[in-house]
Write a protein that binds this ligand. Sequence first.
Ligand code: ATP
Ligand code: MG
Length: 565
Amino acid sequence: MRQSQFLIPTIKENPADADVQSHRLMLRAGLIRQIASGLYTWLPLGLRVLRKLEKILREELTRSGAQEVLMPVVQPSELWKESGRWEKMGPEMMRMSDRHGREFCLSPTHEEVITDLFRHEIHSYKQLPCNFFQIQTKFRDEIRPRFGVMRSREFIMKDGYSFDIDQTSFDKSYQEMYDCYSRIFTRMQLDFRAVEADTGNIGGSNSHEFQVLASSGEDTIVYASEGDYAANLEKAIAGPADPRPDPTETLEKVATPGQTTIAAVAAFLDVPRQRCLKTLIVHGENSLIALVLRGDHELNELKAAKLPGVTVPLSFADEAAIEAAVNCKPGSIGPVGLALPLYVDESALAVADWVAGANEEGFHYRGGNWGRDVPEDGVSAADFRNVVEGDKAPDGQGELKFLRGIEVGHIFQLGNIYSAPMMATVLDKNGRSIAPIMGCYGIGVTRLVAAIIEQNHDEIGIIWPEPVAPFLVHIVPLNYGKSDRVRETADGLYQTCIDENMEVLMDDRDERPGVKFADADLIGIPHRITVGDRGLKKGKVECRSRTDNETIEVSVADVLDRIRG
Ligand code: ATP
Ligand code: MG
């Protein structure tokens, strides 16, 4: 392409409303423009990158045996009612009605539609396993669209769905997709980790997220310093706590006037936070429920919502409800003599001689001990905290450490939670009707562009890895309009690239060298060839690699060979 005819509206200054590097650079390099919150137009340069990613996806998915389909964005409510998700999906799903008053949604995901296709078209175990994918627009009315295309409302997803006759066959299909995803992100030269994850809105039993490591990532990834264990923070578990020491103190009620936070009580009584207990009160199906954690630990809301009897979604009792139930304000609650069902986090249960609220305003107990002061048969032990760095790994291999990540892909085991209610069955060898085991597999294609930039940029711009770069070669002729020698050489190189199918952009604009170089650095094409009169006198051009910003002089005849190599 000739740059004079190709829209790359670069911006010099940092846009004010962009909080992460990838968002700033995508705006500055003219890859995207916003039209409303979470809605973007892809400009020619950005779209070329998107198409590159899609090509890699298609190649690897096809190699693993998946078939491409294309399903509608607008979907009838009836299908979602069959799966039970019409009611379950919150305001993230955009709903609307047509001129006849029939209800539809803008699809946030496609399990229902693919299951509907399956039940109409596939009837025999002989047609299994099968795996379908599409690359298509999704809409989710995110509560906080941010970071540009990283969390937008309309975005492009590669979503895939597999169907297997039994668990053994499914396990192979799942592993195939796991491997396929690993190949895809490796080809994109990303530094990524596959981690165990929660299944969220999609449902099902087991899942893995593919996380691109980046300090700007919204997710916390937990990994073991030695073994292979890796999970996201929502899902991560720690190894067992050390055995509880024997009590050394007696239970003593102490005045703690005005001290209602863990930090305040710990400082006031000069006890480390990990020996103070914090008691949270949530709504349960039959009564309020108390959750006791170590003072230095955070509640994991996802784990807590899975405790038997706790209402879903998890909701905290307000001050009035707590006072009505236990006649005490939230800041002074503790497990001693508390007349509520009691869940105690396993690590809190391993603490001896603890401090906790005395269920009386202005007082705490110190020297508290499980068993002696709170009968253990009234306590349910569970894991409902977030792990912290330094915890033991669950398999005992080293300790847990944290990294930040951007979730670019997610693979789920669905079992028959869609196939059974939607009656998508096939006949097995014996003529019995079986609801197949499903898997679903997502990749955020537009988010990937941002993730790649997060990992590949410097202070002057983007540094595209070759496999995803919008162009391979950037020819930058200086004085193109006036110097015949420059123009002829640049045009010659440009034509050779085109003849050889090397993707090339040539800056034939009538701009000063400084402007051209700054734009070239910003848009980050891997190889830049600068063609100028000074070099040409010696028969040379400059060849610069955007990866290391090294410039060398090469003869005109050799320059493309160098890049090919
Ligand atoms: P998140 O936790 O980031 O909201 P999710 O669990 O809702 O993601 P999935 O339903 O698994 O996401 O969707 C598959 C992929 O689609 C994700 O791994 C992510 O890469 C991408 N994706 C999801 N939501 C968005 C969004 N709002 N904008 C851009 N990409 C998204
Ligand atoms: Mg989401």
